[in-house]
Ligand binder design. Structure first.
Ligand SMILES: Nc1nc2c(c(=O)[nH]1)N[C@H]1C(S)=C(S)[C@@H](COP(=O)(O)O)O[C@H]1N2
Ligand SMILES: [Mo]
Length: 215
């Protein structure tokens, strides 16, 4: 495998040459765990996933029902605001665009933003456009395996960069909530947990929008 032969620094130079290493980032071959608070448990008998707010019909899916939704695989680069980037990460799960195309989620015209609600009240916010993009996934699997508890099992959102798709919003990785329990479609933006703590609401990795203020 090329990956095994190249050292970390060689891999970094390679993605840098390809224009995939955003400013101030460095390549990691590990998968760091980052979140505030404890890792929640999961009970498939009581877990639900809800879609609510500015939608024609609110829906609630059980874990069993969630398994039956149309699934997609997605490969992308992820960039954490704490300066690590991980390239060609492979995810599997559910695309919101697919759910909308199948009429399983029907946003109202008034829906402009989406709030991700996670266990223990964690939230993060994005424009509706971002969550319907090809680089945003409701992920159940990473690298062919179910997510580990620390990385968001059973369900998390992921958002990142698809090489050669610089037309898409490319925010830092915190815009993907782990232990996701609902999506709320809203008219007005509402700052989430890290956004309220001073992280930049746009969070664009190429513009290095890490914080909402300058030191
Ligand atoms: N529920 C929840 N999701 C979260 C966070 C959090 O604190 N709580 N932190 C975010 C941040 S800052 C990052 S960088 C990624 C990290 O995901 P990872 O631990 O799988 O690397 O999760 C994001 N999702
Ligand atoms: Mo982060």
């Amino acid at each position: 495998m090329l990956k095994r032969v190249l050292g970390r620094r060689d891999e970094e130079n390679k993605v840098k040459k390809e224009g995939r290493l955003p400013p101030g980032q460095s390549l990691t071959t590990r998968f760091p765990v980052l979140h505030y608070g404890p890792t929640p448990g999961f009970d498939p008998a009581t877990w639900t996933f809800q879609v609510h707010g500015e939608v024609e019909e609110e829906v609630t899916w059980t874990w069993q029902e969630f398994q039956k939704l149309p699934r997609t695989k997605l490969k992308m680069d992820i960039h954490c605001v704490t300066r690590w980037s991980k390239f060609d990460t492979e995810w599997e799960g559910v695309h919101i665009k697919t759910l909308i195309d199948h009429g399983l989620i029907k946003p109202k015209d008034t829906a402009k933003f989406v709030i991700q609600h996670c266990e223990y009240g964690f939230t993060t916010n994005t424009p509706l456009d971002w969550v319907t993009g090809p680089n945003f996934l409701l992920a159940t699997h990473f690298d062919g395996e179910p997510l580990t508890p620390d990385h968001g099992y059973p369900l998390r959102a992921v958002v990142g960069a698809i090489p050669n798709r610089r037309d898409l919003a490319e925010p830092y990785f915190w815009k993907g909530g782990k232990w996701l329990r609902s999506l709320e479609f809203v008219q007005e933006d509402q700052l989430g947990f890290w956004e309220k703590a001073g992280y930049h609401n746009e969070a664009n990795v190429w513009k290095e929008q890490r914080f909402s203020y300058q030191y």
